[in-house]
Design a protein around this ligand. Structure first.
Ligand code: GTP
Length: 602
C-alpha cells in the first residue's frame, strides 16, 4: 500500500461526554466503510481491552484507518481516533487531538451539552481543530436535536448549522457525517521530502515484537528497515515493520506525511519508547522535536500489595509493562507492617485506579490488595521543613507537624435546575464551598465550587449521580493547596494498629467516619474462632469501637461425618475464600476491608 496524497487524508478524533455514543458511532463508521465485514462486526470494536467491553467504556485511545469513497467519487483515507470520555482520561484525549486536524463532537440528543462536552470542545478548540458537531441518538423519542443545536451554539460557541443529526444505533445520518468530515476537516500538511518527523501517540508491549509505537507522521516517511531514533530518550533502533490498524493490524510498505499507523521497534525495554516523543531518522534527524505532551499529574494514590508476598517482583514487572501504554501511571515501593512489600501507585482518578488494578489482576494474573485512596498532602513541620505525604502511614508524629495543606479542586457540575438544592447539600457535606451558579438555559444550571480532592475521591461521584437521578455531570481541575485541620485516624484490630487501614481525615468528620468504618469493618470481617475488637483511634484516644463476635461452629460440623465429597467441596470453597484474605496478626481480613472507607455511608 503506497502512501496517500495529503489532500485525500482526513485525521480526526471523536470526542464526547461519557456515554453519548462515540464508540457506537465509530462502529457504524467501520461498518459503513466496509472496513469490517458485517459478519465480523462485534459492538465496540475499538474498545479492545476486556474491561472496556464489559463496562462499555473507552479507556485507551485507538487509531484506525478507514477508506471512504465519497459522493464526489474520490477515495479518502480516514484515520479515526477513538478517545475516552471519562474525566479521569482527559489526558488521553489531549494526546489524541495532537494527531488530528478535526474533531467530531458527539452530543447526545436526549441529554444535550454536559460537563465533559464543554471541556472536550475546549480541548479541541485549543488544539486548533475543526469541530464537526454530531447530534446522536435521534432515534430515541425523547431526542430534542433542535434544542441541542441551540445549546451547542450558546454554551460552546461552536456554529451548529453544520451539525449532523445521527443515530449510532440505526446508522441514520452516518453517511452525512462521513461527507461532512471530507468537507469540513482540513487535510494534513507535511513535507514528504523532509527527514522523518513523527509523534508517538501511544505504545504497547508485545511479548514477541517488543514495544510497538502508534505514530502520526508529520514530515517524511518511515518504512521497515529504517534506522530510527527517539529524540527524547535517545534510543536508536531498526524499524522491524510498519503497518496500520483496520482494526486488525495490516502491514504497509511505508507511512508518509499525514498518515497514522504503527512502527514495530523490537525494543524490549518498555521505558525506551515514551508517548509524546518524536521519532526521526538516526542519521538524518529532523531539525527539532515536536512539542510533545504535558505530563499527566496523578491525583490519587493508593497502596497496591500482592496477596502473596512472593509476587512482589511480578507486580513490579507488570507495572512497568502497563506504564508503556499508560505513561500517567507512577509508583514507588511501599512497605506496610500489615501487608508486607508493595507499591504506592499514583492515578489520574478513581476510575483509572480501578481499571489499573483490574488490568494487573487479569492481564498479569496477580492477586492484589489495594488500600484506601489518598491524595498528596503537603506537611509543614515545626523545624521549617516540608514533606509530601501520599500515604497515611508516612504522616509524621503530630508533635512534629506545624500544619498540613491539602489539594483543592475547582469543580463544575451541570444539572437541571430542580437538583441544585441536592447538589449544594452534597457539596457542603463534602466540605465544598459554592463559588458561583449560572443558568446556561432554562434546562441546565452550571454550579462551580471549591472542594477538597480528598472528598471527591471518596463517594462523591456516586452520590452525585444518585441524588440527581443520573442527570448531573461533573468536571474538575486542580486549583490550589489550602491549609486544613487534618488528623490521622488509626484502626486497631484485636488491639493492634493496622497501618494499611489508617487514613487522613478532616478533624470535624473523624468521629462520624470512625464510627461508620468500625461498623462497616464489623460487617466485612468474617467471624473468627475468637472475638475481634475493632477500634478507631486518633493518637492514643479511642473514638469508636465495634466487635466481630467469635464463630461458634466449624463449617464441617454441618455435614455429619459420612459424605466425603460434600466435605471436600466445603473445604475447597473455604480455600477459595481464603485466597482473597490476608492474615493480619491472627485475624483473617478480606480484601474489601481495605477499601471499606469508600463504602461508609455517613
Ligand atoms: N438509542 C440509541 N442508543 C445509542 C446510540 N448511540 C449509542 N447508544 C447507546 O448509548 C450507550 C453509550 O454508547 P457508547 O458508544 O458506549 O458511548 P461512548 O461515548 O463511547 O462511551 P465512553 O467510551 O464510555 O465514553 C450504549 O448503551 C449505546 O448502545 C443511538 O444512536 N441511539
Amino acid at each position: 500500500m503506497a502512501t496517500t496524497d495529503l489532500s485525500h487524508i482526513r485525521n480526526f478524533s471523536i470526542v464526547a461526554h461519557i456515554d453519548h455514543g462515540k464508540s457506537t458511532i465509530s462502529d457504524r463508521i467501520l461498518e459503513m466503510t466496509n472496513t469490517v465485514e458485517e459478519r465480523d462486526m462485534e459492538s465496540q470494536l475499538l474498545d479492545t481491552m476486556d474491561i472496556e467491553r464489559e463496562r462499555g467504556i473507552t479507556i485507551k485511545s485507538n487509531a484506525v484507518r478507514v477508506m471512504y469513497t465519497a459522493d464526489d467519487g474520490e477515495t479518502y483515507q480516514f484515520n479515526l481516533i477513538d478517545t475516552p470520555g471519562h474525566v479521569d482520561f482527559t489526558y488521553e484525549v489531549s494526546r489524541s487531538l495532537a494527531a488530528c486536524e478535526g474533531a467530531v463532537l458527539v452530543v447526545d440528543a436526549t441529554q444535550g451539552v454536559e460537563a465533559q462536552t464543554v471541556s472536550n470542545a475546549n480541548l479541541a478548540m485549543n488544539a486548533d481543530l475543526e469541530i464537526v458537531p454530531a447530534i446522536n441518538k435521534i432515534d430515541l423519542p425523547s431526542a430534542h436535536p433542535d434544542e441541542v443545536k441551540v445549546e451547542i451554539e450558546d454554551e460552546l460557541a461552536v456554529p451548529a448549522e453544520d451539525a449532523v443529526c445521527v443515530s449510532g444505533k440505526t446508522g441514520e445520518g452516518i453517511h452525512d457525517l462521513l461527507e461532512a468530515i471530507v468537507f469540513l476537516v482540513p487535510p494534513p500538511e507535511g513535507d514528504a521530502g523532509a527527514p522523518l518527523k513523527a509523534l508517538v501517540l501511544d505504545s504497547y508491549f508485545d511479548e514477541y515484537r517488543g514495544v510497538v509505537a502508534m505514530v502520526r507522521v508529520f514530515d517524511g516517511h518511515v518504512a521497515k528497515g529504517d534506522e530510527l531514533t527517539m529524540m527524547q530518550t535517545g534510543q536508536d533502533f531498526l524499524a522491524d515493520g510498519v503497518g496500520v490498524k483496520r482494526p486488525v493490524e495490516v502491514p504497509v510498505d511505508e507511512l508518509g506525511p499525514g498518515e497514522v499507523g504503527f512502527v514495530v521497534t523490537g525494543l524490549k525495554d518498555p521505558e525506551s519508547v515514551r508517548v509524546g516523543d518524536t521519532l526521526t531518522y538516526r542519521d538524518r534527524p529532523c531539525a527539532e522535536a515536536l512539542p510533545g505532551y504535558r505530563e499527566a499529574k496523578p491525583m490519587v494514590y493508593t497502596g497496591i500489595f500482592p496477596v502473596d508476598n512472593k509476587d512482589y517482583e511480578d507486580l513490579r514487572d507488570a507495572l512497568e509493562k502497563l506504564h508503556v501504554n499508560d505513561p500517567s501511571l507512577v509508583w514507588e515501593p511501599e512497605t506496610s507492617v500489615a501487608l508486607g512489600f508493595g507499591f504506592r501507585v499514583g492515578f489520574l482518578g478513581l476510575l483509572h485506579m480501578e481499571v489499573v488494578k483490574e488490568r494487573l489482576e487479569r492481564e498479569f494474573d496477580l492477586d492484589l490488595i489495594a488500600t484506601s485512596p489518598s491524595v498528596d498532602y503537603h506537611v509543614y513541620l515545626t523545624d521549617g521543613e516540608t514533606t509530601d505525604v501520599r500515604s497515611p502511614q508516612d504522616l509524621p508524629d503530630v508533635t512534629r507537624i506545624d500544619h498540613i495543606e491539602e489539594p483543592y479542586l475547582s469543580a463544575k457540575v451541570i444539572v437541571p435546575p430542580e437538583f441544585t438544592g441536592a447538589v449544594m447539600q452534597l457539596a457542603v457535606e463534602h466540605r465544598g464551598v459554592m463559588a458561583n451558579m449560572d443558568y446556561l438555559s432554562d434546562k441546565s444550571v452550571e454550579m462551580r465550587f471549591d472542594i477538597p480532592l480528598a472528598e471527591l475521591i471518596l463517594d462523591f461521584f456516586d452520590q452525585l449521580k444518585s441524588r440527581t437521578k443520573g442527570y448531573a455531570s461533573l468536571d474538575y481541575e486542580f486549583s490550589e493547596y489550602r491549609p486544613s485541620d487534618l488528623v490521622k485516624l488509626d484502626i486497631l484490630l484485636s488491639g493492634d494498629d493496622v497501618d494499611a487501614l489508617s487514613f487522613i481525615v478532616h478533624r470535624d468528620k473523624a468521629y462520624t467516619l470512625a464510627r461508620g468504618l468500625c461498623d462497616k469493618l464489623k460487617e466485612i470481617i468474617p467471624r473468627q474462632l475468637f472475638e475481634v475488637p475493632i477500634q478507631g483511634a486518633i493518637g492514643n484516644k479511642i473514638i469508636a469501637r465495634s466487635t466481630v463476635k467469635a464463630r461458634r461452629k466449624d463449617v464441617l460440623a454441618k455435614c455429619y461425618g459420612g459424605d466425603i465429597s460434600r466435605k471436600r467441596k466445603l473445604l475447597e470453597k473455604q480455600k477459595e475464600g481464603k485466597k482473597r484474605m490476608k492474615s493480619i496478626g491472627s485475624v483473617e481480613v478480606p480484601q474489601e476491608a481495605f477499601l471499606a472507607i469508600l463504602k461508609v455511608d455517613e
